[in-house]
Design a protein around this ligand. Sequence first.
Ligand SMILES: *Cc1c(COP(=O)(O)O)cnc(C)c1O
Length: 451
Amino acid sequence: MITANQRFEKRDLLVLWHPCTQMKDHETSAIIPIKKAHGVWLEDMDGNHYLDAISSWWVNLFGHANPHINAALKDQIDTLEHVIFAGFTHEPAIQLAEKLVELSPEGLVRCFYADNGSAAVEVALKMSFHYWRNKGYTQKTKFITLENSYHGETLGALAVGNVPLYKETYAPLLMDVITVPGPDCYYRETGESWFDYSVRRFSLMEETLQRYADSACAVIIEPLIQCAGQMRMYDPIYLTLLRAACDKYQVHLIADEIAVGFGRTGTLFACEQADISPDFMCLSKGLTGGYLPLSAVLTTDAIYQAFYDDYQKLTAFLHSHSYTGNALACRAGVATLDIFQQQPILENNKRLAAIMSRLVVRFNEHLHIAEVRQTGMVVAIELVKNKYTKEPYPWQERRGQKVYQYALSKGVLLRPLGNVIYFMPPYVITEEQLIMLVEVAFDAINQAIKD
Ligand SMILES: *Cc1c(COP(=O)(O)O)cnc(C)c1O
C-alpha cells in the first residue's frame, strides 16, 4: 500500500526542482511532504512529527502557526494585501520601518525594502557604490569581503561571498572582489582566546583597507557568525576594530545580519555586542518571524542625503522590486517585533542558551568532534576524522548527510552544513525538547561515524 507521503512525493518529483539539492539524491532519500506545523513541530502527510531544530532554514523565531502573527495576518489579508510602493505607502510598511529604526543600532534611520536576503545585499552594494559616485569618488568600485563568508545566491551577492561550493561554478560570471583571510576562531592556536585570535587576524584586514582605501566602496561582513560557512564564529572585537578602520580609511561597513539578526546571537542585533553601527544593515530571514519573504536595508542619514536632490541631477536610487514593501510581509514583521517588545524574549533566550551549553558538554569528549562552539542561540559541532589534527572526513563520504537521515528517522530535523551539525531552534523550544534534540543528535553522530 502506498502512503499519503509517498503519493505526494511521487507528484512532487514529477514537476518540482528543489533548492540546493542534487535531485538524484531523492532516488534513495525521501522528500517529506509537510501537512501542517505548530510550534517547533512539523507534521507530514502520514502523521509523523519532526522537531524543527534549524528554524526552517533560520527563518522561524516564535514557532510555526504562532497565534499572534497568525491573527495579525488574518486581519491584514482582509484589509490590504499589496500595493505598488512607489508613490504609495501603507501603515504596516511605515510601522515596521519605525520599529526597525527604533530598535537598530544608533544612526540607522532609513529603511529600504526588498523581498529576500540576496536582494537586500544587492541593494546595499549598489547603494554604497552609488553613494561614492554621487559624492564624486568614481574610482571607488570594489568590495572587500572575508574568506568563508556567505551573502546570498544572486550574482552580486554570490560574488561578495566566498564559500567555494556555491561560488566556484559561477566564477566566470562574477565581479572581482578583494578577499581577506577572516577571523574564524576554529583555526586559532591551542590556548589562544577568541579575542586574541580575532585581534591578530584583524591586522590582515587593516592592511587591506589601507591598501585599497581609494578603490574600495565597502567591507561586507556577517557579524559574529559565518553561518552558511559552517557556523564559524569570532569575537566582537573584530567588529569594533573594523568599524574604526572603516572610518579611518573612508570605506563603508555593510553588516549582513540576515541570519544573525533578531536575537540569534544573544542580542537583538549582533552588532550590539561590539557596540558599533554599520553604514548599512541587511535584514531578512527572521524579519517576518519566518512567515513571508521580506528584507530591509537600514542606512544612515548621510547616505540618504547623498541621493536626495533635484530630479534633473540624476542622483536617485532607481532600484525596485515588484513586491517592495509587501503589506502582508510588513504586517508579519510588525507582529514579530511586537513579540520582542512585549515579551522578555532575549532574557528567555539567555536561559535557553545556557541549557544548550550545558547539554552539549558531552560532545567535547567525543573522539570525532574537534570543536563545540556557541554564540547565543546557535550551537555548532564540528565532526572530523581526527580530533587531534582536525583532519576532516573526506566530503565524498557525506557523514553529515547520514546525521540528517538518522535524525529524521527519530523525529528531528537537522540539516548539517557538510560535517558541521548545528542547532538553531525557534525561541519557543522547551528544555525537554532541547534534551530530546541533543540526545538524537548524539546518537545520529555515532551512527554517522560507523565504518
Ligand atoms: C540566507 C542569507 C542570505 C541570503 O538570503 P536569501 O533570502 O536566502 O536570499 C544572505 N546573507 C546571509 C548571511 C544569509 O544567511
